[in-house]
Write a protein that binds this ligand. Structure first.
Ligand code: ADP
Ligand code: ASP
Ligand code: MG
Length: 438
């Protein structure tokens, strides 16, 4: 069985939902993972923001506008009055849930419950549409099998076991529809896999059922060699290895949620990226093999802070790095890049939630400086294939860019540079002009 995931724009209007229905109904049994309709999760985040700030009146206005939009969708989506009524019931129930948070206290559980409504609505409406068109379809409630632990890591064993139970419970169908993004956490509360998480849902399900292929359908023809939101003349890549795709996704290529590749790689399931607007195009295939073509693509991750610790004591001292790393570990803050010299160490992080505490503890070991608003630009390919000259090619391409840190040799697949975010676009464009397209 294949697992197909359709993103927000693919289910962004009644027309595109019907196009997805036509696309998936080829008689082959499949699991279809859907995101919320495009824009919905952003609006739900905004609503939650107002509720957090106790600005309930503004929250109510946003909720009202979104509900009007969904009522219109229902009216346009279904043919029969009976299904229009059922669709309005789905919408009404979700909006009652959202509205219930406009009185009383509002915290994380409330916010995650509100954020989940986008996927809950899109999947129920889509399943109803499928049934109205006589396709044998069942909904798989993601909240019954998707779970994360205390550290927000996916509980793969739990998912594997429970999706099988849910599949049995709902019974045989040609098409199974389920929610991307949403899950339960260790306290059994509604939670999510972070923004863009529907891709990750699809790969977790793919691995759990040992799918034949995981397909991520979106609004572009596949993985491009640079970020098309910032750079002109990007080109589609036909094939990437799991390692290459994982590096690019982790370092900011928005087309894939950062963790999507891991479950597929572990279970060796091919991932194909496809364009809903151009379904006959082959898209990008991601598999275990590397086709050894040297430098493949670049990506950039924003919101990075560089922390530098300068210490006279580091000179010839062992245990210094261990002490530093233990502080980051204590505050559950992952480190992306590291660079050391005799007297200083620079580290980058993207989670600055505990930076104040981390900084206080680092003060014991030396003088601490923090540079915020930085971006990691990651250049990916099979470096071995380039043999000599890889680094020099990259540095020639980046002539004139203020590079704050460099990481090379950590893996066979990437070289990363840290630049101020204000120079990100220029850096990406320079790499396209002088490295990828030359
Ligand atoms: P969806 O809602 O379907 O999940 P996303 O917006 O999350 O879609 O991802 C698709 C978008 O990712 C593309 O429209 C494109 O702008 C952006 N993107 C960023 N980097 C890349 C890349 N390297 N290749 C292709 N698309 C990219
Ligand atoms: N709807 C969620 C989001 O916008 C998940 C997703 O689209 O993948 O982040
Ligand atoms: Mg996405």
């Amino acid at each position: 069985m294949k697992v197909l995931k359709f993103g927000g724009t693919s289910v962004g209007s009644p027309e595109t939902m019907r196009a997805v229905m036509d696309l998936i109904t080829d008689g082959e049994q499949k699991i279809v993972v859907l995101s919320a309709m495009s824009g919905t999760t952003n609006t739900l985040v905004e609503i939650s923001g107002y509720l957090r700030k106790k600005n309930k009146d503004t929250a109510r206005i946003f909720i009202g506008n979104l509900e009007v939009k969904y009522k219109k969708v229902v009216n346009e989506l279904f043919s029969s009055d009976e299904n229009k009524k059922l669709g309005l019931k789905v919408v009404g129930e979700s909006f009652n849930t959202i509205k219930s948070f406009t009185s009383g206290n509002f915290g994380e559980v409330g916010e995650n419950t509100i954020l989940a409504q986008g996927e809950l609505i899109s999947t129920q409406l889509f399943a109803l549409l499928m049934n109205e068109n006589d396709y044998n379809t069942e909904l798989l409630p993601a909240l019954d099998f998707m779970r994360i632990d205390e550290d927000k890591a996916a509980e793969t064993q739990f998912i594997r076991k429970n999706i099988k139970t849910v599949l049995k419970e709902v019974g045989e169908a040609d098409y199974y529809i389920t929610q991307g993004f949403i899950c339960r956490n260790a306290n059994n509360e509604i939670d999510n896999l972070q923004r863009g998480g529907s891709d990750y849902t699809a790969s977790l399900i793919g691995a759990a059922i040992e799918a034949e292929e995981i397909q991520i359908w979106t609004d572009i023809d596949g993985f491009h060699n640079n970020d098309p939101r910032f750079v002109e003349n990007t080109k589609k890549i036909d094939h990437l290895s799991f390692y290459e795709a994982a590096e690019l996704a982790y370092f900011g290529a928005k087309i894939l949620h950062p963790q999507t590749v891991l479950p597929a790689r572990v279970s060796n399931i091919p991932v194909r990226l496809k364009n809903t607007m151009n379904p006959t195009d082959e898209g990008t295939l991601i598999t275990a093999e590397s086709d050894g073509k040297g430098i493949k693509a670049v990506a950039a991750k924003d919101g990075i802070s560089a922390v530098k610790i300068r210490s006279g004591r580091m000179l010839m001292a062992y245990g210094f790095l261990k002490n530093i790393f233990e502080i980051f570990e204590k505050y559950k803050t992952p480190i992306d890049m590291i660079s050391t010299s005799e007297v200083a160490v620079s580290i980058t992080i993207d989670n600055t939630q505990n930076l104040a505490e981390i900084r206080k503890e680092l003060d014991k070991f030396g003088i601490v400086e923090v540079d915020s608003n930085m971006s990691i630009v990651c250049i990916v390919g099979d470096i071995i294939q380039e043999e000599t000259g890889f680094a020099s090619k990259v540095f020639r391409a980046l002539d004139g860019i203020p590079i704050r840190m460099i990481s090379y040799g950590g893996s066979r697949y990437n070289i990363s540079v840290l630049v101020p975010t204000s120079h990100k676009k220029e850096t990406l464009q320079a790499l396209s002009n002088n490295l990828l397209n030359s």
